[in-house]
Design a protein around this ligand. Structure first.
Ligand code: HEM
Length: 237
């Protein structure tokens, strides 16, 4: 059977992917550090605020990269779209049937199930981004929501910008109490979305390794080079 090299991942897509990997791993590491700081002997309000600030600064890099990717996926040429092709039930059953028969259907882009996991991944990343930005506002009064939160919790007649993180001076305690359920909801959504994302990342890496070793050598290097070698005709050609 003849083999052909296909250009699969364009440069903006590859840059997004690897920057995203770096940001996500750094944010997971810092997030886990924040969660376990007491048992690691990190105590004190300044250390707590310092870790949060660092997490949020890296979070801004992650946010910028994700927003550029979402906008690029929306307006750029077809080959840069978030997913190349919509997934249909017919396509999924065709793919499963082929696999059940022992065939290995070839795809230039992702398999139909791979495409579904990409969509779930982007929904999770967006949820984590939004809840993270909200918590950056409620916890350390950082943009884009920090000044709105300060205005909401400021004591009457006080300048909202005088409020400092983890300091009750100038804060209206009733307004702070009112904010708490929302803050905790955002924190929980952030944390559980991260757990789901971690699960998906493990599955994503295992699937890439399995495909690389068993069926389709070169899919991992394709995310560096942009090119994939396909035997015969691809399903999505
Ligand atoms: C994939 C990207 C991200 C990952 C993996 C991640 C991970 C985590 C983890 C594991 C925690 C600890 C959760 C807890 O203590 O309950 C956390 C908390 C936090 N994250 Fe993120 N995060 C991400 C993106 C962001 C972004 C974009 C921002 C804002 C710019 C952000 C802001 C925060 C803040 C303010 C907290 C503290 C919340 C709290 O104390 O409950 N995160 N993050």
């Amino acid at each position: 059977m003849s083999s052909k090299v296909h250009k699969v991942w364009d440069l903006p897509r590859r840059i997004f992917h690897w920057l995203n990997v770096i940001f996500v791993f750094a944010l997971i590491a810092l997030g886990l550090l924040m969660m376990n700081k007491a048992s690691l002997g990190i105590t004190g309000t300044d250390a707590k605020i310092g870790l949060k600030k660092l997490h949020v600064f890296i979070g801004y890099g992650f946010t910028l990269n994700l927003i550029i990717r979402l906008l690029w996926g929306w307006c750029a040429p077809r080959h840069s779209a978030l997913i190349r092709k919509r997934v249909t039930l017919t396509e999924i059953s065709h793919y499963q049937a082929q696999k059940a028969e022992g065939n290995q259907p070839q795809y230039i882009g992702h398999t139909p199930l791979g495409r579904i996991s990409v969509v779930i991944m982007f929904v999770l990343l967006s949820t984590i981004m939004i809840t993270g930005l909200v918590r950056a506002g409620t916890d350390i009064y950082y943009p884009p929501f920090g000044s709105t939160v300060q205005t909401f919790i400021a004591e009457r007649g006080e300048m909202p910008s005088k409020i400092r993180p983890y300091d009750a001076t100038f804060v209206d305690s009733a307004a702070m109490e009112q904010l708490k359920p929302f803050k905790s909801l955002m924190g929980n959504v952030h944390r559980y979305s991260v757990y789901l994302l971690m699960l998906l990342i493990v599955m994503h890496i295992l699937a890439a390794i399995k495909t690389e070793v068993k069926q389709h050598p070169g899919i991992i290097s394709a995310m560096f080079s942009g090119n994939k070698l396909i035997e015969g005709k691809a399903e999505d050609e």
